[in-house]
Design a protein around this ligand. Structure first.
Ligand code: ATP
Length: 360
């Protein structure tokens, strides 16, 4: 229903006299395209909630502009932005029935009664709340109360966008997957612009087509789940996404090889991109791409197997390469070498980073 754009948005919550402020948002620009479902992913304290509050109008940014469909809404209060927000913890009126809670945002906007009834029933049906419509919200479990909150967020047909701030935290773990799928369906069937904030990579990667990764008040990468996995634009993204995250090793270049201590690791296209680079770089490779072998070959480096964690359908091996620890994902059933092993780095899977950023 609306495109939301942040232009050079910075925010701090105040500074001690004479001290530099700590920026919760540090000059951030991004356009949430009309009708897209975007996840904002980052660790606790990176500024995700602050970003949502700036979009919804609960906070005026210290600097920068927010536009909705090209209109500058920076000075406007929340009620003039037509954005709905679902918070981490339920916001419901205890004294009202579930139906009353869902009806409230529609009644407030003067929606005719017949239309209100139909809309409330539709959203209740979608989130399996129909049987609870006559019940008072007081006394419902936290998980059900949050489901009511979500329904309240979805009920307004005129909303320009729906912002969700860690909305599944209090939902029973068994229902999270189901509710996420329902949200995806609502999004697919409506023209709603959805922004879903979470610190949980699984939630972000399974919910959204596009993920915005944040750290320390900045956007480090905007990409599809595949792009974030295969070509993290920043070492932080490489390490933060994945379980375990990307392996990172200090190295320098010699021709078409990365040299880690005295060991040469052949590179593919990354060597061309980094050609002429001097000084220390970092070699990044995901545990999923490394291959552990029993016998040495032309393009392997010797490692020592230090630990093996059994994880059901695969194993995570901790290997020591010149004293540095690396994680290798080994599929179930594959033969594990003994303590002395050899590691192959598929050249095309290697990323190189300079000062944290992908050399590209
Ligand atoms: P979480 O997932 O823990 O909620 P977050 O990524 O949403 O974290 P924010 O809540 O936006 O991050 O916080 C960003 C920074 O701003 C943090 O350093 C936080 O301590 C600070 N901050 C947030 N709210 C306030 C406030 N009301 N007053 C002062 N500092 C605040």
């Amino acid at each position: 229903m609306a495109a939301i754009e942040l232009e050079g948005v910075a925010h701090h919550y105040g500074a001690e006299a004479g001290a530099d402020p700590e920026w919760a948002l540090d000059g951030l620009s991004h356009r949430f395209e009309d009708g897209t479902a975007v996840a904002v992913l980052g660790p606790s304290g990176c500024g995700k909630t602050t970003l949502l509050k700036v979009v919804s109008g609960l906070l005026q940014p210290t600097r920068g502009r927010v536009t909705i469909d090209g209109r500058d809404v920076t000075p406007l209060p929340p009620r003039e932005r037509h954005i709905t927000q679902v918070f981490q913890f339920p916001v419901v009126y205890d004294s009202m029935t579930v139906e009353g809670n869902l009806d409230f945002p529609l009644r407030n906007r003067g929606v005719p009664e017949a239309e209100r009834r139909a809309r409330v029933r539709e959203v209740a049906e979608l989130l399996d709340l129909t049987a609870l419509l006559p019940r008072r919200a007081r006394g419902l479990s936290a998980s059900l109360r949050q489901t009511v909150s979500l329904a309240r967020g979805l009920v307004r047909p005129d909303a320009a966008a729906l912002l969700l701030d860690e909305p599944l935290t209090v939902i029973d773990p068994g229902r999270r997957w189901e509710i996420r799928q329902k949200l995806k369906r609502v999004h697919a069937e409506s023209a709603l612009t959805l922004v879903y904030v979470t610190h949980d990579q699984t939630e972000a990667l399974t919910f959204a087509d596009l993920v915005v990764v944040m750290d320390a008040g900045r956007i480090l990468q905007v990409g599809t789940p595949r792009e974030l996995f295969e070509t993290p634009a920043h070492r932080f993204v490489g390490h933060f996404i994945g379980s375990p995250g990307m392996n990172l090793l200090p190295c320098h270049l010699e021709g078409r090889a990365a040299v880690v201590d005295d060991l040469r690791i052949p590179l593919g296209a990354a060597a061309d991109r980094a050609a002429g680079s001097r000084g220390t770089l970092e070699l990044g490779v995901r545990p999923e791409y490394l291959e552990l072998r029993t016998d040495p070959a032309a393009e392997t480096v010797p490692v020592r197997v230090q630990a093996v964690a059994e994880l059901g359908d695969h194993r995570i091996v901790t290997a020591l390469l010149a004293g540095r620890s690396l994680k290798v994902r080994v599929p179930d059933g594959a033969t594990l070498p003994s303590e002395r092993a050899h590691l192959h780095f598929p050249p095309e899977r290697i990323c190189l980073y300079r000062e944290g950023k992908l050399v590209s």
